[in-house]
Ligand binder design. Structure first.
Ligand code: GLU
Length: 299
């Protein structure tokens, strides 16, 4: 059975890009007769706030998007992440890293990968094990990774050129994104990962980590980004506002859903609707690959 999920970081208000991702993953799961879960990625220390997460859940519910099971807050999953680290250590795939941000800036000689990502150059790979209380990196196996994206088609990536060995545990004691996302997609049995194209470049790395942990590979769909009306990044002014700010401008949820549904290829033109109206017409083949701009009149 299809199991989709939406995994926001509760560090702010869900903007139109986040809402579009949530809707696409929900529509795909519903169309397939499957379930859909919300998982709160609240592992990034003090930047993550429970109240912001609760507000995100309210916004999703206002659009008719509710988790089919209990919402998992990843801050309560430390035991599972520790176990995964222990497994990787037993398999000799973890090493301690003492590089500081500054070291990495100096070392970054490889051409910058897409999205401004610098691959970790592997300086600490040969360091002896010093225990689980150090910053820990995953020793990526070499070679290209192939995967089929529901929107982008066949992708071939060399993770060592994109992220390099990813950090899984940080010096400040936080479990890192790559670890928690892979462990929980596996633990929850997620079969479909829908997210923004800004995360396409980390997919091969996460696939390598899944393989090392013996987890099944979900399908991936990377959505074109939502941009400001002038083609720039969503900023505070242009569309980064959430449902509440849009409502204050006189734009109701039904209109936002209509625009999101149209941008996902479910409607021939943006018209007010509810989420369930969009299920029938949803199909990955109709989701455009390109970016989409927020209407000028909304900003
Ligand atoms: N928390 C990430 C975000 O808000 C999404 C992670 C994922 O879907 O893998 O962009």
């Amino acid at each position: 059975m299809t199991l989709g999920r939406f995994a926001p970081s509760p560090t702010g208000v869900l903007h139109l890009g986040n809402l579009r991702t949530a809707l696409a993953s929900w529509l795909s799961a519903r169309k397939a007769g499957g379930d859909w879960l919300i998982r709160m990625e609240d592992v990034d220390g003090p930047r993550c706030r429970r109240d912001l997460g609760e507000a995100q859940l309210r916004d999703l519910a206002a659009l008719g998007l509710e988790s089919d099971g209990p919402v998992v807050w990843q801050s309560g999953r430390s035991e599972a992440y520790r176990e995964a680290l222990a497994r990787l250590h037993r398999a000799n795939r973890l090493y301690p890293c003492v590089c500081t941000r500054k070291d990495l800036q100096v070392l970054a000689s490889a051409p910058h990968a897409e999205d401004g990502l610098r691959p970790y150059p592997g300086r600490c790979r040969t360091r002896d094990w010093e225990g689980f209380d150090r910053a820990l990196r995953f020793h990526l196996p070499g070679g290209p990774v192939h995967w089929e994206d529901c929107i982008l088609g066949l992708q071939v990536d060399a993770p060592e050129a994109l992220t390099g060995d990813p950090l899984l545990f940080r010096r400040d004691g936080c479990f890192a994104y790559h670890l928690v996302v892979v462990v929980d997609d596996g633990a929850q049995g997620v079969t479909e990962v829908v997210r923004g194209a800004d995360l396409r470049s980390v997919t091969a790395t996460q696939i390598r980590l899944q393989e090392a942990l013996g987890l099944l590979r979900p399908a991936y769909a990377h959505l074109g980004m939502v941009l400001a009306p002038d083609g720039g990044r969503l900023g505070k002014r242009a569309g980064a506002m959430g449902l509440e700010a849009l409502a204050a401008r006189g734009i109701p949820s039904a209109e936002i859903l209509g625009w999101l549904g149209w941008s996902l290829g479910c409607l021939t033109q943006p018209e007010a609707c509810i989420a369930t109206d969009l299920i029938g017409a949803f199909h990955w083949d109709r989701v455009p690959r390109n970016e989409v701009r927020v209407p000028e009149s909304w900003t």
